[in-house]
Write a protein that binds this ligand. Sequence first.
Ligand SMILES: Nc1ncnc2c1ncn2[C@@H]1O[C@H](COP(=O)(O)OP(=O)(O)OP(=O)(O)O)[C@@H](O)[C@H]1O
Length: 236
Amino acid sequence: MIEIRNLCKVYHNPTGDFVALDDVDLTIAQGEIYGVIGLSGAGKSTLIRCINMLEKPSSGSIRIDGEDITRMRGRELRRIRQSLGMIFQDFNLLMQKTVEENVRFPLEIAGGKQAGADGKVRELLRLVGLEEKAGAYPAQLSGGQKQRVAIARALANDPKVLLCDEATSALDPLTTKSILELLKRINEKIGVTIILITHEMKVVEAICDKVAVIENARIVKDGPTAEHIGHFQEVM
Ligand SMILES: Nc1ncnc2c1ncn2[C@@H]1O[C@H](COP(=O)(O)OP(=O)(O)OP(=O)(O)O)[C@@H](O)[C@H]1O
């Protein structure tokens, strides 16, 4: 369960302060696929970057299974970050490493049981349908295949939550559909909570159980996807 309360983020620019998140409240249940939709500049990326503490919130709390991550530092913060996988629009793969090495990388960073790493990497590549490409380099892959590698890598440390920042925005409609289907299948199979940031209504409609609409730094609506389709059509 993720509970975000009164979350604010103010960027201090030379030209003045800019409020990117204004009193955001969200509750996301374990195993849910939760969409956050909004126009460019609404604050979506800032929100997702606060959830994994890449950005430090200015005020408010973010509780993951009861622990307020905004108060964490050092080792504790690293531990919680390992329970949060993240995928990005531009994949962020390590171009000098093979598919297999990319997926193994977070396991190496986390240290611990190297013995199980080979099996874990194989299992993840099977999950995303890329066993055949284990030895390929990212430059040899299509956009959809690169995002599959990124998904496998994000799942390597068995995260509780998978954060997706415009994960399909660089992909064509067919590839988008296949990546969304994969995310849905992973959610059903391993029960990982998925938070998905997007500016596209069809992405939310395709897989999100619930959705929040963010406008000018504030959540203006949230609830089950089906109840809010009309509102998106008005604003998007
Ligand atoms: N590091 C920063 N310093 C100052 N302002 C920032 C910073 N990062 C983001 N902003 C501002 O905060 C606002 C929200 O940005 P954010 O990237 O969260 O929006 P977004 O909804 O993800 O937009 P997009 O869909 O275009 O990525 C924007 O007006 C942006 O200019």
